[in-house]
Design a protein around this ligand. Sequence first.
Ligand code: GLO
Ligand code: MG
Length: 345
Amino acid sequence: MAKRPSNYRFSFGPWNISAGADPFGPVVRKEVPFAKKIAEYRKLGFTYVQLHDDDVVPADWDATQTARGVAKVQKLLESEGLKGEFIAPRLWEDRRTIDGGYTANSASDRRYAKNRTRRAVDIANMMGIDLMVIWPAREGTYIREAKDAQLATGRLVEAINDILEHDDKIRVVGEMKPNEPMDHAYCPSVGHFMGLAYRTADPTRTGVLIESAHSILAGFDPADDMAYALWHEKLWGVHLNDQNGLKYDQDKTFGSVDLRRAFNQVWVLERGGYADIGVVGLDVKAMRTTKQTDQTAHLANSKRIFDHLVALARSLDEKKVEAFRENRDYEGLDLYIVEHLLATK
Ligand code: GLO
Ligand code: MG
């Protein structure tokens, strides 16, 4: 375990305690009520809650109902000593976003997406949260000819601007993913979104949230993506998990597929001082075979593996690493890293 206590703050979303349904079969565990999920956080060592707008209040509630509902959830979080990390408008489940929201061909669907997003900003405000995550799930196409990609790029910037202009304190992060549910997503990588970030109405409030599996699905190394964003001072959120090759988005326990790849993410976060910048989010899913009694094991295990890797990053002999680099002895460095990883208990 860590030599000194890990100073990281951890979060997950209520959707990470799931009933196990997949596209081929129904639920296999009982659905857990929201308040019961919230009661699990502290026990697992987590202090921040990731939230979709409709995790807080249903999307069709009016302003009075919304204000009352948000206050109730805020009270619940406070009673558990928890804070909201971010709000993400869950645009992808509504009938009006079947063809995407911000990039839909229909003007009224685009309007719906923007209005719903503004309402999500208002919810964030009511809860004292200053971070909005945009995972543009359905902003893309199944066939290339369906939309005008050039126009779509501009529409994504417009959508971000709309958020920034609606509230002058909110920060927006794009959580980019190359595919699923779309065949091809617009703005499929961290680098793509970074390019747009500099063209928004306020680049200082526009950044990225990097999910390990999304970078892997795009064929990139998540640690390098994180380092890239840290250099830009735009890494304001992470969703750590793991992924077995180029398949569907698996959201496996962090470090459970490729320990070295996970180590490199932690090492980059350590060197970049991420503990003082953002929260370590775990976007992990239990296996479908997991029993009800173990429904949070993947969260506890991911955090535990993260803590082990922090300890390993801190005990790495940086001078030794530098010496290997000086001598261009990457064979030696390779073995040193692998043996360092093997030496843990
Ligand atoms: C799906 C995403 C999703 C988001 C969440 C917050 O692939 O990872 O889980 O992280 O909806 O925007
Ligand atoms: Mg995610």
